[in-house]
Design a binder for this molecule. Sequence first.
Ligand code: ATP
Length: 457
Amino acid sequence: PAKNLDEIMSFCKRRGFIFQSGEIYGGLQGVYDYGPLGVELKNNLKAAWWRANIYERDDMVGLDSAILSHQMVFKYSGHEDTFSDNMVDCYDCKKRWRVDHLKDGQCEACGSKNLTEPRPFNMMFKTRIGPVEDNASFAYLRPETAQGIFVNFRNIVDSTFQKLPFGVAQIGKAFRNEITPRNFIFRVREFEQMEIEFFVKPGEDEQWHDAWVETRVAWWQDQGLSKENLKLFVQPEAELAHYAKKTVDILYNFPHGLEELEGIANRTDFDLGSHSKEQGALNIKAKVNPNEHSITKLQILDPKTNENCVPYVIEPSAGVDRGILAILSEAYTEEVLGDGKERIVLKLKPHLAPVKVAVIPLAKNNPDIVAKTKVIRKRIQALGIGRVSYEDTGNIGKSYRRHDEIGTPLCITIDFETIGKDGDPALFNTVTIRERDSMTQKRVHLDDIETTVRGYF
Ligand code: ATP
């Protein structure tokens, strides 16, 4: 695993995973861009989540709601009033800090204890809507994707005929004006979330909460995070958000410390109740603010009892970027080889690897080898396993090292024997397949190449 964040940051930049956003202008703090390999890794992680939560289940559907959000959504969700962190200013150096990030009440920049009283700072970004500049016409950039699910509850139930228990899953960008973004992509102002709102009958919420915690931990392990680096943290009652009955965080042992990767909350009927009209008639158990604007009752009919209820909701909410950071930190490995040489190898699970297979011509100036390599590249690409790359940037040893470092599980080399121009005639139409982790090589006939490659993914 990576020793520290600096090692991961420089690796990410060097190999094209993640860049500071706006770097040529000095950088935009707390905002990052995903490079050519980063975007592949991120897409693969999101696809794995989507597969596990939508395609492999019968009780979930997907959603892609908008980032620009109606003001009322975040008024009645409670974010306008409570989505804030406490902030202090340093009288001496004028820097601003989030209170609960400070050590010993000291300014992080100059060490002064001469700080203002803490005051709340709302973390939502606002943006103007339309050509008129007045204070009324603004929208929020959503600080979480969850609310898009709650406010579409009626639409989803009416169009897809869900019955309890069922869930809605969504992946998308969220924005928070963090007072002090830090630790690379761990705490940023623009990030992505993978969120599930799982609706259940009141009374069945506790067992579903437990089940989701288990499911989510197992999923992170399937992405390559080791058991020893994952810890559960049950939030003490005094620290619970006002709407939560119980919250369990999945913590990961990041290079900068043990911190939250995903939160799984039992939010009761707070959200649907808050966004409903005629709340008095709905038997809502949570304490909700009166809603004067909603035009819909967010309830569901139980066909067995023929009664309506406002479901409870279990919310597993994970950060894509924190997931990427955890996976990269865990996979990053420096190995000393038998010959005293060292290599860096990114031990990613094959389904997450940005490049699945590198296809390498042993002699990049030999037209027959090049032509054959291109044909094989196309054949492997057609398997639909993900990105296959044609690699001719250095000698064969360098190509292997380069692909070890970016986590490519397989390299396929085409040489003179493949085209029948050298060596053992029995090797005509065979290629060398090299595995990333074991570095073992084997010769495979082209007739078997698709089956062999498929076996790895
Ligand atoms: P924290 O306490 O670390 O600020 P949170 O408890 O406010 O996080 P939630 O509101 O529960 O976070 O959001 C769910 C998930 O979204 C988190 O577990 C995390 O993975 C991700 N997330 C939240 N804020 C950020 C951020 N500023 N940068 C990157 N990911 C974030």
